[in-house]
Design a protein around this ligand. Structure first.
Ligand SMILES: Cc1cn([C@H]2C[C@H](O)[C@@H](COP(=O)(O)OP(=O)(O)OP(=O)(O)O)O2)c(=O)[nH]c1=O
Length: 200
């Protein structure tokens, strides 16, 4: 029975969340030359749920190939991807401060969805889950947006905000999974890891 999982993610939130449920993990990160961002390109008018699950599958394919290429032990491999959807529009991680400001202006005063897909490879078996949450943002003033962007928090976060950070002050209501919004839905993740034979 495996007692450890490979986490193929550079997101500090995902590490922290796995720690929170006591899952032992080792990082399985891309080589410096590997272009991880290229996996996240959106294809035309792809629906957000389809997009986030496709990207997660690509991340997992790359991680499993890395595990084999490095001759690592056959422990389960875990990947996830988070995206924000405003209607049919996909908002990934902002490219820069200006892009972050545009995303926050678009989210202001509206309800959006946060989708996180999780996938685990265990031998030949691939286990998958999708968490979908709804977040309603207050109407933000340009000054609030500018101050939040200047804090640096939006960078590296889908939709340019962090539920676990200062953005809590903008959120009127939330429905779904707090940890899913943060990047790794712990209920669904624990279910998948149990199916893969891990104690959690
Ligand atoms: C909406 C939201 C996202 N996020 C983060 C979680 C993810 O790190 C990031 C979404 O980008 P992802 O592409 O899902 O993940 P990543 O590039 O950070 O890491 P990797 O692909 O290596 O696994 O946004 C928050 O931290 N809080 C939030 O409230």
């Amino acid at each position: 029975m495996p007692d450890c999982v490979y986490l193929a993610s550079q997101s500090p939130r995902r590490r922290q969340l796995l720690d929170q449920i006591g899952v032992r993990h080792e990082l399985l990160l891309a080589e410096p030359g590997e272009d991880a961002e290229a996996l996240e390109a959106v294809r035309g008018r792809e629906a957000p749920a389809r997009y986030v699950q496709r990207v997660t599958a690509l991340k997992l394919d790359a991680a499993v190939a890395r595990q084999r290429a490095r001759g690592l032990p056959p422990a389960p491999v875990l990947c996830a991807d988070t995206t924000v959807a405003l209607g049919a529009t996909i908002l990934g991680k902002p490219e820069d401060a200006e892009d972050a400001g545009r995303m926050l202006a678009a989210l202001s005063g509206h309800t959006h969805r946060v989708l996180t897909a999780v996938a685990v490879q265990h031998g030949d078996q691939r286990l998958r889950a999708l968490s979908v949450s709804e977040v309603c943002f207050d109407a933000l003033t340009p000054a609030q947006i500018a101050a939040y962007v200047a804090s640096g928090e939006p960078l590296g976060k889908a939709g340019a905000y962090a539920v676990q950070g200062r953005a809590q002050a903008f959120i009127r209501t939330m429905r779904g999974s707090y940890t899913g919004i943060m990047g790794l839905p712990l209920f669904e993740t624990a279910q998948l890891l149990r199916q893969a034979g891990l104690p959690c």
